[in-house]
Structures are given as C-alpha cells and as structure tokens.
Write a protein that binds this ligand. Structure first.
Ligand code: TXA
Ligand code: MG
Length: 318
C-alpha cells in the first residue's frame, strides 16, 4: 500500500473522510500528537489499527468526536464529566466514562471493557475531519507500538509508511505530549496518564487533589503504566547534569549551555513539551550508537507529562 500525504485543505480533509468511511486508516494531526484514525464502529478498521501499530489488543483506544453532544451518544456523561468537558474541551483531555450499551463502538476499541476513553480534540484539521466523517474515530498515537509518538507528518511516515492509506499533514503539533487521561468510571476521579492538561489545572476544576495511577497496578490500563514506551533506539539516562564521554546530552534550561540540543534554553515547559518527541528522534540520529543523557526537568505543570514520557523512554526494554 502506498501511503498518500494529504494537504490539510478542504480536498485533503474530504479525501481523508472518504478513506475513513471506506474502512481505511488515516493519520491526522491533533494539538497533542498525530493520531492513527479508523472508524470506531468498524471492527475491521479497528483491527487494522492494532495491526499497523503492532499494538497489543488488550490496550484500548481513545475515541475522538467533535463535541460533547457526540460524547453523550457514546457514554454516560455525569455532571462532573460535563463540568470537566466545559473546562477543557476541545483540548488535551481524555475522559474514561461508562460506555453506553447502544454506543455502537466496536468491542475491539474498548478491549471489551465497559468503559470508553473519549476526547474532543481542538486542532482545526482534526475538527474538520471529524465533522466531515460524521462518526466516532478511534485513534491511538500514529507510531509503531512502543516507539516515540509523532508530532509531524514525516514522523508518521517514518514509522508507518506503506501500512496506512494516508496522512493528513497539519504541520507540527502545538502541545507535543499526549492528552491527560482521567478516569471518571470509579468512585473517585483518577489520573491514568499525565498529559497536555496539567494536574494542577484539573485539580483547580475538581476542587480536590486527584488520585493517580491504576487502582489495580497488576493490570495496566493506560500505556503510561506499561514501563517501556516512547523508546528511541539509543539507551536513555535521566537527570544528568554532567554527561559521560560516550553520551549525547539533551538539555533543559539555561544551565545546559554545553548540551547537543536544548528542550528550552529559557526553561519553558510548554516549549519543552512541544519539542520533546522531535528532540528524542533527532537525538536518536545524532547519538549513532551512543547513549542519550537528559538533563533534569522540573516535576510541575507540563513537566510531569514530560518526565513521565522520559521515564518510559529510559525504562528497561522488554
Ligand atoms: O493525545 C492523545 O491522547 C493521542 C491523540 C491521538 O488523541 N492519543 C493517544 O492514544 O495517545 P494512545 O492509544 O497512544 O493512548 C491512549 C490510551 C490507551 O493506550 C489506553 O491505555 C487508554 O488510553 N485507554 C483507552 N481506553 C481506556 C479505558 N476504557 N480505560 C482506561 N484506559 C483507557
Ligand atoms: Mg501512544
């Protein structure tokens, strides 16, 4: 299969929507990362998403819709879900909600769970595609499973060329880390994955501290819980202020003057998140067999999502 690169204009969006309607796969930009989209109601399309990524089928997918009205057709929307949706949608938040029995979503999407992860992306190209297609779109990040998430069309092509019908080129993603996943399916809200919406911002709306991680840690329910993820080819070592001879150094902030690449010379976490995955890809090329040493990044705001991805990149490989 030849992967078509589509311009993010009316023709490109129309073509992408028709590929989805025919059961094909299209990578498309969101403000977080590029997603690999397929019709969430079409089991064959969803099965192809897992196949194209080499993704374990017990790992469920996020369903994308254009607005909260479309969310209510798929899941039970509690007053709290409505409040969070009003605060953060469209945007970088994914809510895990009780799945409606009449949702019509393929059980492959939810891995057989009675909950569904839902997101309303803000990116204008994602919005245009979802409206042109007119149905729920299942979309994990558009990278081979376990690899670094794509924040540009060329990243998608590097990983999935020949395995998907098309990629809609919407330029570089502004947020750069995946959405924050918050589960509202249990007794209390639970943060399953830190992401583009900070825990501080969530807590300001919730009015209380938010519990973190899976309730049952023996069963991973978000990719953040699978240790090795977002991994480049090179070995990654974290919190490094003095790199070794045989390492390239990825810096953060003004103290890292000698670094090979700096996520943000001014120490801006928003800038660092936006460039994180591209930087990991670049460093992987520059490293050429050497290790990648990464400077410390503060564990506040977007720094939590950045450090989460860096820890996965540095985790022992399976
Ligand atoms: O920013 C993002 O979230 C991007 C863009 C494309 O929207 N998507 C993304 O998808 O990061 P993915 O598949 O790489 O990560 C989503 C994760 C799944 O791996 C899964 O662990 C979790 O969301 N998830 C999906 N459904 C769930 C459910 N019902 N309960 C708990 N976790 C769920
Ligand atoms: Mg992913």
């Amino acid at each position: 299969m030849q992967t078509e690169r589509l311009r993010a204009d009316t023709d490109g969006v129309t073509r992408a929507a028709s590929v989805l309607a025919a059961g094909g796969l299209v990578a498309f930009p969101t403000e977080t990362v590029y997603g690999l989209g397929g019709d969430a109601r079409n089991g064959r399309a969803v099965a192809q998403i897992f196949a194209a990524k080499g993704r374990p089928s017990f790992n469920p997918l996020i369903v994308h819709v254009p607005d909260i009205e479309a969310i209510a057709e798929l899941a039970d929307v509690s007053p709290l879900a409505e409040k969070l949706g009003a605060a953060f949608w469209p945007g970088a938040l994914t809510l895990v909600l009780p799945l409606r029995p009449d949702a019509g979503v393929s059980p492959l999407v939810t891995a057989g769970l009675n909950t569904v992860a839902l997101r309303v992306p803000a990116h204008p190209v994602a919005q245009a595609l979802l409206r042109a297609f007119g149905g729920p779109v299942a979309a994990p990040s558009a990278n081979p499973s376990g690899g670094v998430s794509p924040t540009r069309a060329v990243h998608v092509e590097n990983g999935l060329d020949g395995r998907i019908a098309a990629v809609l080129d919407g330029g570089a993603c502004a947020v750069g880390v995946e959405s924050t996943i918050l589960s509202l399916a249990g007794a209390k809200p639970r943060l399953l994955r830190p992401g583009g919406v900070t825990a501080e911002a969530l807590e300001a709306v919730l009015g209380e501290a938010v519990a973190q991680g899976a309730e049952d840690t023996a069963r991973p329910i978000a990719p953040g819980q699978l240790a090795s993820h977002y991994a480049p080819t090179a070995q990654v070592r974290l919190n490094v202020t003095v790199p070794r001879e045989a390492e390239v150094w990825l810096g953060f902030g003004p103290a890292c003057a000698g670094s090979d690449l700096n996520l943000s010379t001014s120490g801006d976490l928003t800038e660092a998140a936006a460039g994180l995955f591209h930087a990991l890809r670049e460093m992987d090329i520059v490293a050429a067999g050497r290790g990648i040493a990464v400077a410390p990044v503060p564990e506040t705001g977007l720094g939590r999502a950045i450090n989460d991805r860096l820890r996965r990149a540095a985790a022992p490989r399976p």
